[in-house]
Design a binder for this molecule. Structure first.
Ligand code: ADP
Ligand code: MG
Length: 370
């Protein structure tokens, strides 16, 4: 199992101002051709300090949908056809671009990871069939569900029960019992089914008093390659996660508390799984939340890509920092130019306090990053 964690900064929206941009994508080396791998953000308690978080890649505001797909997703399609599972997560606060990244807009250039992935899957299916002179047949089916308050709801089922679908262990693999699987032989067929199911998502949201940002939407695309008696099955899962904002800060209702408790728990377990996989640990705590359990995260030789969506503006400062802390606990602290440091009269109370707190600060890297 391998995992990539990448960050994507969205552009400013119409009502956001240039001067409020506080998050930067930075390259680790000064070479002009070097791609960014660092997200830099000020310490909200002391703007003279900045935190730097290192990722496998960082995509800045100008990055197109095509670039995200080409760099992060296209390389996984080959593995999918070799029989490995592929899992793609969009993680982030509501309003940072998760749905834009995964689903995207209608215009060709705006299409997100999901329609591009499907398009690549169909292209490769035709190639496999052609290369084997028809000896291998490829079938594609999809299922689409959401996980809300730790319950699984089939997005193809209009009359779903409030209890959700049961999940069961089936020879070591976790399966959702009674989930609809729809065959989709072409991109057009896929898109029709996908759009129809997405409608179900928003109408059911009002029924459940949930908004889409409070559930995880999981799309599973199963690729079945049959050559005579030999069948190779692999699944690509694309997940638009629930918003990672701390709901407790703004909402105190009981229902909201239940929601945020289950969102927080599943995102927490997801983070632990991603960290365990990236550190090649043998124990991956995937059984500890329904989402990671259904996806069997870490239990096979698959590939996982987590896209951390970020809004670069000040109004998201604390939420952005907590997203970054979630995705990457090995941040570095650097100090900005001396001029920006608060100045305290020598011997004053403030100066002493500042000295003490810097002595107590955890191990920091004070080498400025370039
Ligand atoms: P989320 O799903 O995380 O709540 P959305 O995908 O709905 O966030 O994005 C919030 C807003 O920002 C939307 O209006 C969306 O069109 C816009 N947006 C997000 N990312 C981009 C991007 N890379 N380019 C252009 N607009 C974007
Ligand atoms: Mg969304």
């Amino acid at each position: 199992m391998s995992v990539r964690v990448v960050a994507r900064l969205r552009p400013l929206l119409e009502n956001e101002l240039e001067k409020d941009t506080i998050v930067e994508a930075v390259a680790a080396s000064a070479d002009s051709g070097a791609d960014p791998t660092i997200v830099r953000i000020p310490n909200p308690k002391n703007e003279a300090e900045a935190y730097s978080f290192v990722f496998n890649s960082v995509y800045d505001q100008q990055t197109t949908q095509q670039q995200i797909f080409d760099h992060e997703i296209a390389p996984t399609v080959k593995h999918l056809f070799k029989g490995f599972d592929v899992t793609i997560f969009a993680y982030g606060v509501t309003g940072t671009g998760k749905t834009h990244t995964m689903k995207g807009g209608k215009a060709l250039a705006d299409r997100g990871v999901i329609p591009r992935l499907l398009s690549a899957v169909y292209r490769r299916s035709r190639k496999v069939e052609k290369d084997t002179e028809g000896n291998t047949q490829v079938e594609v089916t999809m299922s689409y569900y959401e996980i809300y308050c730790d319950k699984v709801f089939d997005l193809f089922d209009d009359k779903r029960s409030p209890a959700g679908l049961p999940i069961r262990d089936n020879g070591g693999k976790t399966v959702v019992v009674g989930l609809t699987e729809k065959p989709c032989a072409t991109l057009k067929e896929f898109e029709q089914l996908y759009d129809q199911a997405n409608l179900n998502r928003s109408t059911s949201a009002t029924k459940l008093n949930a908004s889409s940002s409070r559930s995880h939407a999981v799309l599973c695309v199963k690729v079945v390659q049959t050559t005579g008696d030999h069948v190779k099955i692999s699944t690509a899962s694309a997940i638009d996660l629930a918003g990672s904002e701390d709901n407790r800060r703004t909402e105190n209702g009981k229902e909201r508390m239940v929601e945020s408790a289950s969102i927080n728990k599943s995102l927490f377990v997801l983070a632990q799984c991603v960290e365990a996989i990236s550190k090649k640990q043998s124990r991956i705590p995937y059984r500890e939340s329904k989402m990671t359990r259904i996806l069997s995260l870490g239990q096979n030789d698959g590939f996982t890509v987590m896209i951390l969506n970020l809004a670069p503006v000040r109004s998201y400062h604390l939420d952005t920092l907590s997203s970054l802390n979630f995705a990457n606990r090995t941040k570095k602290i650097e100090v900005n130019e001396v001029e920006n440091k608060p100045f305290f009269r020598p011997g004053s109370k403030q100066e002493k306090a500042a000295t003490v707190s810097s002595l107590q600060a955890p191990a920091v890297n004070r080498q400025p990053l370039r």
